[in-house]
Design a protein around this ligand. Structure first.
Ligand code: ATP
Ligand code: MG
Length: 551
Protein backbone atom coordinates (compact mmCIF):
# COMPACT_ATOMS: atom_id res chain seq x y z
CA UNK A 1 0.00 0.00 0.00
CA UNK A 2 2.96 2.31 -0.53
CA UNK A 3 1.16 4.30 -3.24
CA UNK A 4 -1.32 5.59 -0.69
CA UNK A 5 1.24 7.11 1.58
CA UNK A 6 2.40 9.49 -1.19
CA UNK A 7 -1.12 10.71 -1.94
CA UNK A 8 -2.78 13.47 0.07
CA UNK A 9 -4.90 11.68 2.61
CA UNK A 10 -8.34 13.25 2.32
CA UNK A 11 -11.10 12.37 4.76
CA UNK A 12 -12.50 9.49 2.69
CA UNK A 13 -9.11 7.80 2.43
CA UNK A 14 -8.77 8.28 6.17
CA UNK A 15 -12.11 6.54 6.80
CA UNK A 16 -11.11 3.66 4.53
CA UNK A 17 -7.73 3.22 6.16
CA UNK A 18 -9.41 3.21 9.57
CA UNK A 19 -11.92 0.60 8.40
CA UNK A 20 -9.12 -1.60 7.11
CA UNK A 21 -7.06 -1.16 10.26
CA UNK A 22 -9.95 -1.96 12.57
CA UNK A 23 -10.82 -5.03 10.50
CA UNK A 24 -14.31 -3.70 9.72
CA UNK A 25 -13.51 -4.45 6.08
CA UNK A 26 -10.83 -6.57 4.51
CA UNK A 27 -11.70 -5.71 0.92
CA UNK A 28 -12.86 -2.27 -0.19
CA UNK A 29 -15.59 -2.18 -2.83
CA UNK A 30 -16.73 1.06 -4.49
CA UNK A 31 -18.84 1.95 -7.52
CA UNK A 32 -19.31 4.72 -10.01
CA UNK A 33 -23.06 4.95 -10.74
CA UNK A 34 -23.76 7.23 -13.73
CA UNK A 35 -27.25 7.70 -15.04
CA UNK A 36 -27.07 7.11 -18.81
CA UNK A 37 -29.04 10.26 -19.63
CA UNK A 38 -26.17 12.42 -20.91
CA UNK A 39 -22.45 12.52 -21.44
CA UNK A 40 -19.90 12.46 -18.65
CA UNK A 41 -18.17 15.74 -17.81
CA UNK A 42 -15.20 16.97 -15.81
CA UNK A 43 -17.23 16.72 -12.58
CA UNK A 44 -17.86 13.04 -13.19
CA UNK A 45 -14.12 12.60 -13.75
CA UNK A 46 -13.62 13.51 -10.09
CA UNK A 47 -16.06 10.84 -8.99
CA UNK A 48 -14.53 8.26 -11.36
CA UNK A 49 -10.99 9.00 -10.18
CA UNK A 50 -12.11 8.87 -6.56
CA UNK A 51 -14.01 5.57 -6.79
CA UNK A 52 -11.67 3.72 -9.14
CA UNK A 53 -8.60 5.32 -7.57
CA UNK A 54 -9.56 4.07 -4.11
CA UNK A 55 -10.22 0.56 -5.40
CA UNK A 56 -6.82 0.60 -7.13
CA UNK A 57 -4.86 2.00 -4.18
CA UNK A 58 -6.39 -0.32 -1.59
CA UNK A 59 -6.41 -3.46 -3.76
CA UNK A 60 -10.20 -3.39 -3.83
CA UNK A 61 -12.86 -3.51 -6.53
CA UNK A 62 -14.87 -0.84 -8.29
CA UNK A 63 -18.09 -1.39 -10.21
CA UNK A 64 -19.23 0.65 -13.17
CA UNK A 65 -22.98 0.61 -12.61
CA UNK A 66 -25.43 2.24 -14.98
CA UNK A 67 -28.20 3.69 -12.88
CA UNK A 68 -30.80 3.11 -15.55
CA UNK A 69 -34.02 3.47 -13.60
CA UNK A 70 -35.65 6.18 -15.71
CA UNK A 71 -36.35 4.75 -19.18
CA UNK A 72 -37.93 7.96 -20.46
CA UNK A 73 -34.65 9.89 -20.41
CA UNK A 74 -32.05 7.21 -21.00
CA UNK A 75 -30.51 5.92 -24.19
CA UNK A 76 -27.91 3.31 -25.06
CA UNK A 77 -25.95 5.98 -26.96
CA UNK A 78 -25.16 7.54 -23.58
CA UNK A 79 -24.35 4.24 -21.92
CA UNK A 80 -21.88 3.38 -24.71
CA UNK A 81 -20.22 6.78 -24.42
CA UNK A 82 -19.89 6.36 -20.64
CA UNK A 83 -18.15 3.01 -21.10
CA UNK A 84 -15.77 4.52 -23.64
CA UNK A 85 -15.06 7.53 -21.42
CA UNK A 86 -14.26 5.62 -18.24
CA UNK A 87 -11.91 3.39 -20.23
CA UNK A 88 -10.27 6.42 -21.84
CA UNK A 89 -9.73 7.97 -18.43
CA UNK A 90 -7.63 4.92 -17.66
CA UNK A 91 -9.83 2.74 -15.47
CA UNK A 92 -10.85 -0.87 -15.73
CA UNK A 93 -13.90 -2.44 -14.13
CA UNK A 94 -13.03 -5.99 -15.18
CA UNK A 95 -16.27 -7.96 -15.25
CA UNK A 96 -18.01 -5.49 -12.98
CA UNK A 97 -20.11 -3.58 -15.51
CA UNK A 98 -23.60 -3.73 -14.04
CA UNK A 99 -26.96 -2.02 -14.40
CA UNK A 100 -29.64 -1.17 -11.89
CA UNK A 101 -31.92 -2.93 -14.39
CA UNK A 102 -30.00 -6.19 -13.80
CA UNK A 103 -31.67 -6.16 -10.41
CA UNK A 104 -35.26 -5.39 -11.39
CA UNK A 105 -36.56 -8.76 -10.27
CA UNK A 106 -34.61 -8.67 -6.99
CA UNK A 107 -35.71 -5.11 -6.38
CA UNK A 108 -39.31 -6.15 -6.97
CA UNK A 109 -38.86 -8.97 -4.47
CA UNK A 110 -37.45 -6.48 -1.95
CA UNK A 111 -40.50 -4.27 -2.46
CA UNK A 112 -42.75 -7.25 -1.77
CA UNK A 113 -40.77 -7.98 1.41
CA UNK A 114 -41.18 -4.39 2.50
CA UNK A 115 -44.95 -4.67 1.99
CA UNK A 116 -45.04 -7.89 3.98
CA UNK A 117 -43.15 -6.18 6.80
CA UNK A 118 -45.79 -3.47 6.84
CA UNK A 119 -43.17 -0.99 5.68
CA UNK A 120 -44.66 -0.11 2.29
CA UNK A 121 -48.10 0.49 0.83
CA UNK A 122 -49.80 1.15 -2.45
CA UNK A 123 -51.04 4.70 -2.59
CA UNK A 124 -53.78 5.71 -5.02
CA UNK A 125 -53.48 9.45 -4.66
CA UNK A 126 -52.50 11.36 -7.79
CA UNK A 127 -48.89 12.58 -7.97
CA UNK A 128 -50.00 16.18 -7.34
CA UNK A 129 -51.96 15.11 -4.29
CA UNK A 130 -48.97 13.22 -2.96
CA UNK A 131 -46.94 16.37 -3.39
CA UNK A 132 -49.53 18.43 -1.54
CA UNK A 133 -49.71 15.92 1.28
CA UNK A 134 -45.95 15.99 1.69
CA UNK A 135 -45.97 19.34 3.53
CA UNK A 136 -43.04 21.71 3.70
CA UNK A 137 -39.89 22.22 5.72
CA UNK A 138 -41.96 24.28 8.18
CA UNK A 139 -45.03 22.11 8.16
CA UNK A 140 -45.49 18.38 8.69
CA UNK A 141 -47.09 16.20 6.04
CA UNK A 142 -50.50 14.56 5.98
CA UNK A 143 -51.06 10.84 5.79
CA UNK A 144 -52.66 9.43 2.67
CA UNK A 145 -56.12 7.91 3.14
CA UNK A 146 -54.69 4.75 1.57
CA UNK A 147 -51.86 4.47 4.08
CA UNK A 148 -53.50 1.85 6.22
CA UNK A 149 -54.39 -0.68 3.56
CA UNK A 150 -53.82 -4.24 4.72
CA UNK A 151 -50.74 -6.17 3.72
CA UNK A 152 -52.88 -8.51 1.62
CA UNK A 153 -54.50 -5.62 -0.21
CA UNK A 154 -51.12 -3.99 -0.85
CA UNK A 155 -49.62 -7.22 -2.14
CA UNK A 156 -52.50 -7.70 -4.53
CA UNK A 157 -52.46 -4.13 -5.81
CA UNK A 158 -48.70 -4.11 -6.24
CA UNK A 159 -48.83 -7.31 -8.24
CA UNK A 160 -51.57 -5.89 -10.43
CA UNK A 161 -49.46 -2.76 -10.94
CA UNK A 162 -46.68 -5.02 -12.16
CA UNK A 163 -49.03 -6.95 -14.42
CA UNK A 164 -50.07 -3.83 -16.26
CA UNK A 165 -53.63 -3.74 -14.96
CA UNK A 166 -53.63 -0.03 -14.08
CA UNK A 167 -53.04 3.07 -16.16
CA UNK A 168 -50.02 5.30 -15.50
CA UNK A 169 -50.41 7.67 -12.58
CA UNK A 170 -53.15 5.73 -10.79
CA UNK A 171 -51.03 4.01 -8.12
CA UNK A 172 -47.54 4.16 -6.67
CA UNK A 173 -45.73 2.13 -4.05
CA UNK A 174 -44.57 4.18 -1.08
CA UNK A 175 -42.42 3.43 1.92
CA UNK A 176 -44.30 3.77 5.20
CA UNK A 177 -41.99 5.82 7.36
CA UNK A 178 -43.06 9.10 8.97
CA UNK A 179 -45.15 11.91 7.49
CA UNK A 180 -43.99 14.20 10.34
CA UNK A 181 -40.29 13.65 9.78
CA UNK A 182 -38.13 16.78 9.65
CA UNK A 183 -36.54 15.23 6.57
CA UNK A 184 -38.85 15.43 3.55
CA UNK A 185 -37.24 12.36 2.03
CA UNK A 186 -38.55 10.32 4.95
CA UNK A 187 -42.19 11.35 4.46
CA UNK A 188 -43.30 8.11 2.83
CA UNK A 189 -41.14 8.42 -0.31
CA UNK A 190 -42.38 6.91 -3.57
CA UNK A 191 -40.53 3.66 -4.38
CA UNK A 192 -42.21 2.51 -7.60
CA UNK A 193 -44.32 4.13 -10.30
CA UNK A 194 -46.17 2.83 -13.35
CA UNK A 195 -44.62 3.73 -16.70
CA UNK A 196 -45.61 2.18 -20.01
CA UNK A 197 -42.24 2.92 -21.52
CA UNK A 198 -39.89 0.49 -23.18
CA UNK A 199 -36.53 0.24 -21.39
CA UNK A 200 -33.27 0.16 -23.36
CA UNK A 201 -32.29 -3.14 -21.71
CA UNK A 202 -35.44 -4.80 -20.40
CA UNK A 203 -37.72 -3.81 -23.27
CA UNK A 204 -41.38 -4.17 -22.30
CA UNK A 205 -40.78 -6.69 -19.55
CA UNK A 206 -41.65 -4.14 -16.88
CA UNK A 207 -44.26 -1.43 -16.63
CA UNK A 208 -43.35 -0.42 -13.09
CA UNK A 209 -39.97 1.14 -12.48
CA UNK A 210 -38.15 1.67 -9.17
CA UNK A 211 -37.16 5.17 -8.09
CA UNK A 212 -33.45 5.99 -7.90
CA UNK A 213 -33.71 6.35 -4.11
CA UNK A 214 -34.96 2.77 -3.85
CA UNK A 215 -32.76 1.13 -6.48
CA UNK A 216 -29.52 2.82 -5.51
CA UNK A 217 -28.99 1.72 -1.89
CA UNK A 218 -30.15 -1.79 -2.65
CA UNK A 219 -27.93 -2.10 -5.74
CA UNK A 220 -25.05 -1.01 -3.48
CA UNK A 221 -25.97 -3.76 -1.03
CA UNK A 222 -26.29 -6.44 -3.75
CA UNK A 223 -22.79 -5.62 -4.97
CA UNK A 224 -21.34 -5.63 -1.45
CA UNK A 225 -20.23 -2.03 -1.83
CA UNK A 226 -18.39 -1.02 1.34
CA UNK A 227 -18.22 2.74 0.75
CA UNK A 228 -20.85 4.44 -1.36
CA UNK A 229 -19.31 7.77 -2.31
CA UNK A 230 -21.63 10.43 -3.62
CA UNK A 231 -21.98 14.19 -3.88
CA UNK A 232 -23.31 16.42 -1.10
CA UNK A 233 -26.83 16.77 -2.47
CA UNK A 234 -27.44 13.18 -1.36
CA UNK A 235 -26.77 13.99 2.28
CA UNK A 236 -30.49 14.42 2.97
CA UNK A 237 -31.16 11.08 1.29
CA UNK A 238 -28.81 9.21 3.62
CA UNK A 239 -31.46 8.46 6.29
CA UNK A 240 -33.63 6.82 3.60
CA UNK A 241 -30.58 5.00 2.21
CA UNK A 242 -29.88 3.59 5.67
CA UNK A 243 -33.54 2.86 6.40
CA UNK A 244 -33.90 0.72 3.27
CA UNK A 245 -30.60 -1.06 3.79
CA UNK A 246 -31.50 -1.85 7.39
CA UNK A 247 -34.98 -3.10 6.54
CA UNK A 248 -33.94 -5.23 3.59
CA UNK A 249 -30.39 -6.45 3.96
CA UNK A 250 -28.14 -8.00 6.53
CA UNK A 251 -24.68 -6.84 7.55
CA UNK A 252 -22.15 -5.90 6.27
CA UNK A 253 -23.91 -2.81 5.04
CA UNK A 254 -22.57 -0.15 2.71
CA UNK A 255 -21.83 3.25 4.17
CA UNK A 256 -22.76 6.36 2.24
CA UNK A 257 -20.21 9.19 2.41
CA UNK A 258 -20.76 12.54 0.71
CA UNK A 259 -18.17 14.85 -0.81
CA UNK A 260 -18.36 18.22 -2.58
CA UNK A 261 -19.06 18.41 -6.28
CA UNK A 262 -16.32 19.66 -8.55
CA UNK A 263 -17.06 22.99 -10.21
CA UNK A 264 -14.61 24.52 -12.68
CA UNK A 265 -14.54 28.20 -13.62
CA UNK A 266 -15.43 29.39 -17.15
CA UNK A 267 -17.41 26.25 -17.85
CA UNK A 268 -20.45 24.26 -16.73
CA UNK A 269 -20.93 20.99 -14.88
CA UNK A 270 -24.67 20.69 -15.18
CA UNK A 271 -25.98 18.12 -17.65
CA UNK A 272 -29.11 20.17 -18.19
CA UNK A 273 -27.18 23.31 -19.16
CA UNK A 274 -24.72 21.37 -21.29
CA UNK A 275 -27.68 19.84 -23.12
CA UNK A 276 -29.04 23.33 -23.76
CA UNK A 277 -25.72 24.35 -25.36
CA UNK A 278 -25.93 21.33 -27.66
CA UNK A 279 -29.62 21.60 -28.50
CA UNK A 280 -29.51 25.32 -29.23
CA UNK A 281 -26.45 24.86 -31.44
CA UNK A 282 -24.03 27.02 -29.45
CA UNK A 283 -21.51 24.20 -29.75
CA UNK A 284 -20.96 21.40 -32.22
CA UNK A 285 -22.47 18.55 -30.23
CA UNK A 286 -21.44 16.92 -26.96
CA UNK A 287 -17.95 16.17 -28.25
CA UNK A 288 -17.18 19.74 -29.29
CA UNK A 289 -13.58 20.38 -28.15
CA UNK A 290 -14.76 23.35 -26.09
CA UNK A 291 -17.15 21.24 -24.05
CA UNK A 292 -16.15 20.09 -20.54
CA UNK A 293 -17.40 16.62 -21.44
CA UNK A 294 -14.88 13.80 -21.41
CA UNK A 295 -15.66 13.32 -25.13
CA UNK A 296 -14.98 16.99 -25.78
CA UNK A 297 -11.78 17.11 -23.78
CA UNK A 298 -10.58 13.98 -25.56
CA UNK A 299 -11.26 15.57 -28.96
CA UNK A 300 -9.53 18.69 -27.75
CA UNK A 301 -6.44 16.59 -27.05
CA UNK A 302 -6.33 16.67 -23.24
CA UNK A 303 -4.30 13.66 -22.09
CA UNK A 304 -6.23 11.47 -19.64
CA UNK A 305 -3.23 11.54 -17.27
CA UNK A 306 -3.68 15.33 -17.00
CA UNK A 307 -7.29 14.89 -15.91
CA UNK A 308 -6.30 12.29 -13.34
CA UNK A 309 -3.63 14.62 -12.01
CA UNK A 310 -6.15 17.48 -11.87
CA UNK A 311 -8.60 15.36 -9.86
CA UNK A 312 -5.78 14.46 -7.48
CA UNK A 313 -4.84 18.11 -7.01
CA UNK A 314 -8.37 19.40 -6.37
CA UNK A 315 -8.75 16.88 -3.58
CA UNK A 316 -11.87 15.69 -1.81
CA UNK A 317 -13.62 17.84 0.77
CA UNK A 318 -17.04 18.58 2.19
CA UNK A 319 -17.21 22.20 1.07
CA UNK A 320 -18.28 23.40 -2.36
CA UNK A 321 -15.85 25.52 -4.33
CA UNK A 322 -15.03 26.57 -7.86
CA UNK A 323 -11.62 25.51 -9.13
CA UNK A 324 -10.03 27.88 -11.60
CA UNK A 325 -9.81 26.53 -15.15
CA UNK A 326 -6.13 27.53 -15.20
CA UNK A 327 -5.41 24.71 -12.74
CA UNK A 328 -6.73 22.18 -15.24
CA UNK A 329 -4.88 23.83 -18.12
CA UNK A 330 -1.65 23.77 -16.13
CA UNK A 331 -2.05 20.01 -15.57
CA UNK A 332 -2.50 19.59 -19.33
CA UNK A 333 0.64 21.63 -20.02
CA UNK A 334 2.73 19.76 -17.50
CA UNK A 335 1.81 16.44 -19.02
CA UNK A 336 2.34 17.61 -22.60
CA UNK A 337 5.56 19.48 -21.88
CA UNK A 338 7.18 16.16 -21.02
CA UNK A 339 5.64 14.08 -23.77
CA UNK A 340 5.09 16.34 -26.78
CA UNK A 341 7.74 16.44 -29.52
CA UNK A 342 8.58 19.95 -30.67
CA UNK A 343 7.74 21.17 -34.14
CA UNK A 344 7.33 24.46 -35.96
CA UNK A 345 4.11 25.62 -37.52
CA UNK A 346 3.39 29.07 -38.91
CA UNK A 347 -0.24 29.94 -38.24
CA UNK A 348 -0.48 33.15 -40.32
CA UNK A 349 2.24 32.94 -42.96
CA UNK A 350 4.30 35.79 -44.38
CA UNK A 351 6.70 34.93 -47.18
CA UNK A 352 10.41 35.69 -46.89
CA UNK A 353 12.88 35.42 -49.74
CA UNK A 354 16.46 34.74 -48.71
CA UNK A 355 18.12 36.42 -51.66
CA UNK A 356 21.67 35.26 -51.01
CA UNK A 357 20.71 31.62 -50.49
CA UNK A 358 22.98 29.93 -53.02
CA UNK A 359 20.97 26.91 -54.08
CA UNK A 360 17.60 26.04 -55.58
CA UNK A 361 17.33 22.99 -53.36
CA UNK A 362 16.89 23.30 -49.60
CA UNK A 363 19.54 22.65 -46.98
CA UNK A 364 18.72 19.89 -44.52
CA UNK A 365 19.26 20.75 -40.85
CA UNK A 366 18.88 18.32 -37.94
CA UNK A 367 16.98 19.52 -34.86
CA UNK A 368 16.16 17.84 -31.56
CA UNK A 369 12.56 16.65 -31.15
CA UNK A 370 12.63 17.57 -27.46
CA UNK A 371 15.16 19.84 -25.74
CA UNK A 372 15.31 17.72 -22.55
CA UNK A 373 14.81 14.28 -24.05
CA UNK A 374 17.50 13.37 -26.59
CA UNK A 375 16.03 9.86 -26.72
CA UNK A 376 13.08 11.31 -28.61
CA UNK A 377 15.45 11.74 -31.55
CA UNK A 378 15.96 14.27 -34.31
CA UNK A 379 13.89 15.64 -37.13
CA UNK A 380 14.98 17.22 -40.39
CA UNK A 381 14.27 20.84 -41.22
CA UNK A 382 14.54 22.22 -44.74
CA UNK A 383 16.07 25.68 -44.98
CA UNK A 384 15.32 27.15 -48.40
CA UNK A 385 15.32 30.30 -50.48
CA UNK A 386 11.66 30.88 -49.74
CA UNK A 387 10.31 30.41 -46.25
CA UNK A 388 7.35 31.53 -44.16
CA UNK A 389 7.40 33.33 -40.85
CA UNK A 390 4.50 34.50 -38.67
CA UNK A 391 2.96 37.77 -39.90
CA UNK A 392 3.20 39.36 -36.48
CA UNK A 393 6.88 38.49 -36.11
CA UNK A 394 7.55 41.40 -38.45
CA UNK A 395 6.74 45.04 -37.74
CA UNK A 396 7.40 47.95 -39.99
CA UNK A 397 7.28 50.50 -37.20
CA UNK A 398 8.05 48.54 -34.10
CA UNK A 399 8.17 49.83 -30.54
CA UNK A 400 11.59 49.90 -28.86
CA UNK A 401 11.11 46.61 -27.07
CA UNK A 402 10.21 44.65 -30.22
CA UNK A 403 12.92 42.01 -30.63
CA UNK A 404 11.67 40.22 -33.68
CA UNK A 405 12.14 41.20 -37.33
CA UNK A 406 12.07 44.80 -38.57
CA UNK A 407 13.33 46.57 -41.66
CA UNK A 408 17.11 46.73 -41.43
CA UNK A 409 17.06 44.48 -38.36
CA UNK A 410 18.15 40.95 -37.62
CA UNK A 411 16.50 37.97 -36.02
CA UNK A 412 17.45 34.35 -35.49
CA UNK A 413 15.38 31.70 -37.19
CA UNK A 414 14.92 28.89 -34.70
CA UNK A 415 17.35 26.00 -35.28
CA UNK A 416 18.79 27.82 -38.31
CA UNK A 417 20.43 31.11 -39.28
CA UNK A 418 20.36 34.79 -38.48
CA UNK A 419 18.56 36.75 -41.20
CA UNK A 420 18.37 40.46 -41.98
CA UNK A 421 15.38 42.19 -43.54
CA UNK A 422 16.37 44.48 -46.42
CA UNK A 423 13.12 45.32 -48.16
CA UNK A 424 9.38 45.18 -47.65
CA UNK A 425 7.14 44.33 -50.62
CA UNK A 426 3.51 45.44 -50.54
CA UNK A 427 0.53 44.85 -52.77
CA UNK A 428 -1.76 47.52 -54.31
CA UNK A 429 -3.67 47.90 -51.07
CA UNK A 430 -0.54 48.45 -49.00
CA UNK A 431 -0.58 44.99 -47.42
CA UNK A 432 2.83 43.46 -46.74
CA UNK A 433 3.15 40.38 -48.95
CA UNK A 434 6.83 39.55 -48.82
CA UNK A 435 10.10 40.46 -47.14
CA UNK A 436 13.40 40.41 -48.99
CA UNK A 437 16.11 39.19 -46.64
CA UNK A 438 19.66 37.92 -46.58
CA UNK A 439 21.05 35.25 -44.30
CA UNK A 440 24.45 34.91 -42.69
CA UNK A 441 25.80 31.44 -43.60
CA UNK A 442 28.19 31.65 -40.67
CA UNK A 443 25.48 31.62 -37.97
CA UNK A 444 24.07 28.08 -38.03
CA UNK A 445 24.00 27.04 -34.38
CA UNK A 446 26.31 29.84 -33.29
CA UNK A 447 26.14 33.53 -32.68
CA UNK A 448 29.20 35.54 -33.77
CA UNK A 449 30.29 37.74 -30.89
CA UNK A 450 29.59 41.05 -32.57
CA UNK A 451 25.87 40.30 -33.02
CA UNK A 452 23.12 41.62 -30.79
CA UNK A 453 20.26 39.41 -31.89
CA UNK A 454 17.69 39.02 -29.16
CA UNK A 455 14.75 37.54 -30.99
CA UNK A 456 14.26 33.94 -32.07
CA UNK A 457 11.31 33.18 -34.31
CA UNK A 458 9.91 30.02 -35.86
CA UNK A 459 9.66 29.40 -39.59
CA UNK A 460 8.89 26.74 -42.20
CA UNK A 461 10.05 26.31 -45.80
CA UNK A 462 7.52 27.46 -48.40
CA UNK A 463 7.62 24.45 -50.73
CA UNK A 464 8.15 21.53 -48.38
CA UNK A 465 5.87 22.65 -45.54
CA UNK A 466 2.49 21.04 -45.08
CA UNK A 467 -0.83 22.80 -45.62
CA UNK A 468 -2.50 22.95 -42.25
CA UNK A 469 -5.85 24.01 -40.90
CA UNK A 470 -5.42 25.10 -37.30
CA UNK A 471 -8.38 25.33 -34.97
CA UNK A 472 -7.64 27.56 -32.04
CA UNK A 473 -9.96 26.80 -29.16
CA UNK A 474 -10.38 29.03 -26.21
CA UNK A 475 -12.56 29.04 -23.11
CA UNK A 476 -16.24 28.64 -23.83
CA UNK A 477 -17.34 31.38 -21.42
CA UNK A 478 -15.93 34.79 -20.66
CA UNK A 479 -17.41 34.98 -17.17
CA UNK A 480 -15.77 32.91 -14.45
CA UNK A 481 -18.96 31.37 -13.12
CA UNK A 482 -21.52 30.78 -15.89
CA UNK A 483 -23.08 28.00 -13.83
CA UNK A 484 -24.29 30.53 -11.26
CA UNK A 485 -26.82 32.09 -13.63
CA UNK A 486 -29.54 30.91 -15.98
CA UNK A 487 -28.36 33.61 -18.38
CA UNK A 488 -25.19 31.67 -19.13
CA UNK A 489 -25.81 31.87 -22.90
CA UNK A 490 -25.00 35.59 -22.71
CA UNK A 491 -21.63 34.76 -21.21
CA UNK A 492 -20.49 32.63 -24.15
CA UNK A 493 -17.07 33.66 -25.43
CA UNK A 494 -17.55 34.81 -29.06
CA UNK A 495 -13.89 34.01 -29.74
CA UNK A 496 -13.88 30.48 -28.39
CA UNK A 497 -13.09 29.09 -31.86
CA UNK A 498 -10.87 30.61 -34.52
CA UNK A 499 -10.08 28.64 -37.67
CA UNK A 500 -6.86 29.44 -39.53
CA UNK A 501 -7.07 27.70 -42.89
CA UNK A 502 -3.68 28.73 -44.30
CA UNK A 503 -1.27 27.59 -41.61
CA UNK A 504 1.86 25.66 -42.62
CA UNK A 505 3.58 22.96 -40.59
CA UNK A 506 7.18 21.82 -40.90
CA UNK A 507 7.86 18.94 -43.32
CA UNK A 508 8.56 16.40 -40.56
CA UNK A 509 4.82 16.29 -39.86
CA UNK A 510 4.32 14.45 -43.16
CA UNK A 511 4.85 11.20 -41.27
CA UNK A 512 2.61 12.12 -38.31
CA UNK A 513 -0.81 10.58 -37.92
CA UNK A 514 -4.15 11.50 -36.44
CA UNK A 515 -3.93 11.60 -32.66
CA UNK A 516 -0.24 12.61 -32.61
CA UNK A 517 0.40 15.70 -30.55
CA UNK A 518 3.15 18.32 -30.67
CA UNK A 519 4.33 21.47 -29.10
CA UNK A 520 4.33 23.97 -31.93
CA UNK A 521 7.09 26.22 -30.73
CA UNK A 522 5.83 29.55 -29.40
CA UNK A 523 2.21 28.63 -30.27
CA UNK A 524 1.08 25.97 -27.84
CA UNK A 525 0.27 22.28 -27.82
CA UNK A 526 -1.59 20.86 -30.79
CA UNK A 527 -3.05 17.50 -31.76
CA UNK A 528 -3.65 16.23 -35.30
CA UNK A 529 -7.35 15.44 -35.64
CA UNK A 530 -7.56 14.69 -39.37
CA UNK A 531 -5.24 14.10 -42.24
CA UNK A 532 -5.92 14.08 -45.98
CA UNK A 533 -3.62 14.08 -48.99
CA UNK A 534 -3.89 17.84 -49.18
CA UNK A 535 -3.63 18.93 -45.60
CA UNK A 536 -3.64 18.18 -41.91
CA UNK A 537 -6.14 19.56 -39.42
CA UNK A 538 -4.89 20.37 -35.94
CA UNK A 539 -6.57 21.46 -32.71
CA UNK A 540 -4.84 23.71 -30.27
CA UNK A 541 -5.07 21.83 -26.99
CA UNK A 542 -3.80 24.67 -24.82
CA UNK A 543 -1.51 27.68 -25.19
CA UNK A 544 2.00 27.66 -23.77
CA UNK A 545 1.16 29.81 -20.80
CA UNK A 546 -1.84 31.16 -19.02
CA UNK A 547 -2.49 34.39 -20.89
CA UNK A 548 -6.23 34.41 -20.30
CA UNK A 549 -6.00 37.27 -17.87
CA UNK A 550 -4.21 39.43 -20.45
CA UNK A 551 -7.06 39.20 -22.96
P1 ATP B 1 -28.28 14.30 -12.74
O1 ATP B 1 -28.73 15.60 -12.21
O2 ATP B 1 -28.72 14.03 -14.14
O3 ATP B 1 -28.45 13.15 -11.80
P2 ATP B 1 -25.51 14.03 -12.16
O4 ATP B 1 -24.47 15.02 -12.56
O5 ATP B 1 -25.74 13.75 -10.73
O6 ATP B 1 -26.75 14.54 -12.91
P3 ATP B 1 -25.09 11.20 -12.54
O7 ATP B 1 -24.96 10.44 -13.81
O8 ATP B 1 -26.19 10.84 -11.62
O9 ATP B 1 -25.21 12.71 -12.95
O10 ATP B 1 -23.70 11.18 -11.77
C1 ATP B 1 -22.97 10.02 -11.55
C2 ATP B 1 -22.06 10.21 -10.36
O11 ATP B 1 -21.18 11.29 -10.57
C3 ATP B 1 -22.85 10.51 -9.10
O12 ATP B 1 -22.34 9.71 -8.05
C4 ATP B 1 -22.59 11.96 -8.85
O13 ATP B 1 -22.58 12.23 -7.48
C5 ATP B 1 -21.21 12.17 -9.48
N1 ATP B 1 -21.06 13.55 -9.94
C6 ATP B 1 -21.87 14.21 -10.78
N2 ATP B 1 -21.46 15.49 -10.95
C7 ATP B 1 -20.35 15.64 -10.20
C8 ATP B 1 -19.46 16.75 -9.93
N3 ATP B 1 -19.63 17.95 -10.50
N4 ATP B 1 -18.42 16.52 -9.09
C9 ATP B 1 -18.24 15.32 -8.54
N5 ATP B 1 -19.03 14.26 -8.73
C10 ATP B 1 -20.08 14.39 -9.55
MG1 MG C 1 -27.45 12.03 -10.30
Amino acid sequence: MSATTEKPKHFIRQIIEDDLKSGKHTKIVTRFPPEPNGYLHIGHAKSICLNFGIARDYAGLCYLRMDDTNPTKEESEYANAIIEDVKWLGFDWGDRLTHASDYYQTLYDCAVTLIKQGNAYVDSLKMEEIREHRGTLQQGGRESPYRNRTVAENLELFERMKNGQFPEGTHVLRAKIDMQSGNLNMRDPVLYRIRYVSHQRTGNEWCIYPMYDFAHPLSDAFENITHSLCTLEFQDHRPLYEWLITKLTTAPQPRQIEFARLNVSHTLTSKRKLRQLVEEGHVNGWADPRMPTLQGMRRRGYPPAALRQFCEIVGVTKSDSVIDMSVLEECVREELNEKAPRAMCVLRPLKISIENFPSDSPQQIGAACHPQHPEMGQRTLFFAREIFIEQDDFMEQPPADFHRLKLGGEVRLRNAYIVRCNEVIKDDRGQIVELKCTYDPDTLGKNPTNRKVKGVIHWVPKEQSICTEARLYDRLFTGPNPGATDNFIQLLNPHSLEILANARAEPALASAKSGDFFQFERQGYFVITDKTNEKIIVNRIVGLRDNWKLI
